[in-house]
Design a protein around this ligand. Structure first.
Ligand code: ALA
Length: 418
């Protein structure tokens, strides 16, 4: 029983009701080994990294570097390919400022999709606006899958500099075919066209191998994958670092080899070059502990993905008993030969009751979900939804949680009569 590693899941809310936590797509919980790793760092090793010639500083530097290696390996990245950030949003902004600011020019095209959460859309709007570039969005079909049909033509005919796409949609749950998109970009795009993947909702549930996916950039957050809040990363294809195509966007101490009165020489090692200022070592230690937990206690990401599929199927099954509920995103596999291409969450519209009211009733029964637009306003607008309610999962959720959710949802009907 993995729940025993998460003491917070044993608490009650509203004084009496046991908590049923189904909001892990917003933020997951951290298991005891992650909390203990952070606490152990503060109790025994806290000191600045790469700065002191004393034992604590050396220990701190060692755990910082070891943690980086653990995370790089967990995601199938090579040494130095991880830029450590506060979260996926900062990682995506890093692509905009560290790459886009000097690569994108007036007349260029940036392609994204209407299903992106705001972190993988607003930076590109800002970049396009500042550079005089055009932002084009791929649309979704009725089932909640991307319509990739226009992509080869756009890549062939337009000066496309960047394709920005989420691996898993935080609202539809759709798993996008990243390898297929990367292949299209390599086949039809220019040699300078880059692909950035927002992996915030994929890394917590799916095995992710950066090199196999073939993307140029891959962003993720620690707090959705059982790690601490305030730590995440950007994986960057090594060649882009070595050729200086991807450049630092934060400057100061720690990332330099030498500073003159009027200029500075930046560190040749990318692991250093992209770490300006004192880093959040404790959170990095916690993130590495989360990767270790997912590998050792959970049994690896294939096990996590299978567990996630089971919870999705159960949720889709219980929602069939609610004729007033419309599920958002794929509910059937694309073809009979493949698994359902969705992950992490099930969002729905409850006909006749606003999503915030649904969430409030669920909360009164101890069931924590997210309601509203989930930071995907363009998607909600495109699909004509005012708001939706989303249940989302992690490895600590079980069948009993879905049953509690289904019982609580019946109360919405009792209260609102619809
Ligand atoms: N993007 C996060 C979510 O989906 C915050 O809830």
């Amino acid at each position: 029983m993995l729940k025993q590693f998460f003491p917070i899941l044993g608490r009650r809310v509203h004084d009496t009701v046991p908590l049923t936590y189904l909001d892990s797509a917003a933020t997951s919980h951290a298991p005891l080994p992650v909390i203990e790793a952070i606490s152990n760092y503060y109790l025994n090793h806290r000191s600045n990294v790469h700065r002191g010639i004393h034992q604590l500083s050396e220990e701190s530097t060692q755990v910082w570097e070891d943690s980086r290696q653990v995370v790089e390996r967990f995601l199938g990245a090579g040494a130095g390919e991880l830029i450590i950030t506060r979260n996926a949003t900062e990682a995506l902004n890093g692509v905009a400022y560290g790459w886009g600011w000097h690569q994108v020019e007036a007349g260029d095209v940036i392609i994204s999709t209407v299903m992106e959460h705001h972190a993988n859309l607003v930076p590109w709007q800002e970049l396009a606006k500042n550079k005089g570039a055009e932002l084009r969005l791929l649309e979704v079909d009725e089932a909640g899958r991307l319509n990739l049909e226009p992509l080869p033509g756009w890549l062939e005919q337009l000066p496309v500099k960047l394709v920005a796409i989420s691996h898993v949609s935080n609202t539809l749950g759709t798993i996008n075919p990243i390898s297929e998109v990367v292949s299209m970009v390599r086949k039809y795009g220019r040699s300078s066209t880059r692909v950035v993947v927002d992996g915030a909702q994929a890394v917590p549930h799916l095995p992710v191998d950066f090199h196999s996916l073939g993307a140029d950039f891959y962003a993720f957050s620690g707090h959705k994958m059982l790690g601490p809040m305030g730590i995440g990363g950007l994986l960057v294809r090594r060649e882009l670092l070595d050729t200086n195509e991807m450049r630092p966007w934060l400057f100061g101490g720690g990332m330099i080899e030498g500073v003159m009165r009027d200029r500075a020489v930046y560190h040749s090692d990318p692991a250093e070059r992209f770490t300006a200022g004192t880093p959040d070592v404790a959170s990095m230690v916690g993130l590495a502990a989360a990767c270790q937990f997912l590998t050792d206690q959970v049994g690896g990401m294939a096990v996590a993905a299978a567990h996630d599929q089971k919870l999705i199927q159960l949720t889709l099954q219980v929602l069939k008993d609610f004729p007033q509920v419309t599920v958002i995103g794929p509910t059937l596999p694309r073809t009979s030969a493949v698994e359902l291409d969705r992950s992490g969450s099930v969002a729905f519209v409850y006909e006749g009751v606003h999503a915030h009211d649904v969430a409030q009733i669920l909360d009164s029964e101890g069931v924590a979900v997210r309601s509203g637009h989930h930071c995907t306003m363009p998607l909600h607008q495109a699909c004509g939804w005012v708001a939706s309610t989303r249940v989302s999962f992690q490895i600590y959720n079980d069948e009993a949680d879905i049953e509690t959710f289904a019982r609580a949802l019946k109360k919405v009907h009792t209260v609102f009569g619809v």
